[in-house]
Design a protein around this ligand. Structure first.
Ligand SMILES: N[C@@H](CCC(=O)N[C@@H](CS)C(=O)NCC(=O)O)C(=O)O
Length: 199
């Protein structure tokens, strides 16, 4: 199997963490690529050209969620996802993915030249992120079942928070969200998280 990734992609990091956690990492050739590069070898495998992309024989899988699901299926024992009708956990997972998507848009916008950046978009994403942080703080403090298991949702939340912090997007969030800060600290020290830290 080949896993195309870029070191600072939080989506690719989710797949890399899941590979380590499920014990399949040693069976994977990790191929580092540059996003949006026209000469990227990833484009020979996928017309979409996004990371993460997993190639397993004839199969080409995009989307971190699908790739985590595939790793879970390969092992037969690791379960990254709630039951199909566990709507409470799926609700939380959808909030986390929405938060991650917003953070990714925010980072992408800030990478553009200053005069090309949309002040409106930056403001929208800042507000979204702050609302989500307050929401996750309440969830973690109440400790619902979905936030006690090292699931796809938990991995995605940890990766989203760390890339947000890495890019210094929301100053002072740990003071405003002490329960979330402590939750993240417990996850950040896992081997799978340490081995995949952004550069
Ligand atoms: N929904 C996708 C998002 C993947 C994604 O947006 N990856 C970014 C890197 S963070 C990428 O490959 N961007 C390059 C591009 O858009 O061409 C997932 O869950 O895997």
């Amino acid at each position: 199997m080949k896993l195309f990734y870029s070191p600072n992609s939080p989506y690719a990091r989710i797949a890399r963490v899941a590979a380590i956690e499920s014990g399949v990492a040693s069976a994977i050739e990790h191929v580092q690529v540059r996003n949006r590069a026209s000469e990227s070898p990833l484009l020979d495998c996928s017309p979409v050209g996004r990371v993460p992309t997993l190639v397993s024989g004839e199969l080409v899988l995009c989307e971190a969620r699908n790739i985590c699901s595939y790793f879970g299926a390969l092992t037969g024992s690791v379960q990254f996802f709630p039951r199909r009708n566990d709507w409470v956990s799926l609700s939380l997972e959808s909030m986390i993915v929405g938060f991650l998507d917003g953070v990714a848009v925010w980072i992408r916008e800030r990478r553009r030249n200053t005069h090309e950046q949309s002040g409106f978009l930056l403001q929208v994403e800042e507000q979204r992120a702050k609302r989500c942080l307050a929401y996750f703080e309440r969830q973690v403090a109440a400790s619902p079942p979905g936030l006690n298991h090292w699931s796809f949702a938990e991995i995605a939340l940890a990766c989203a928070l760390e890339i947000m912090e890495f890019n210094s997007l929301v100053e002072g969030w740990p003071d405003d969200c002490p329960a979330l800060k402590s939750w993240l600290h417990d996850r950040s020290t896992r081997t799978s998280m340490l081995e995949t830290r952004p550069l």
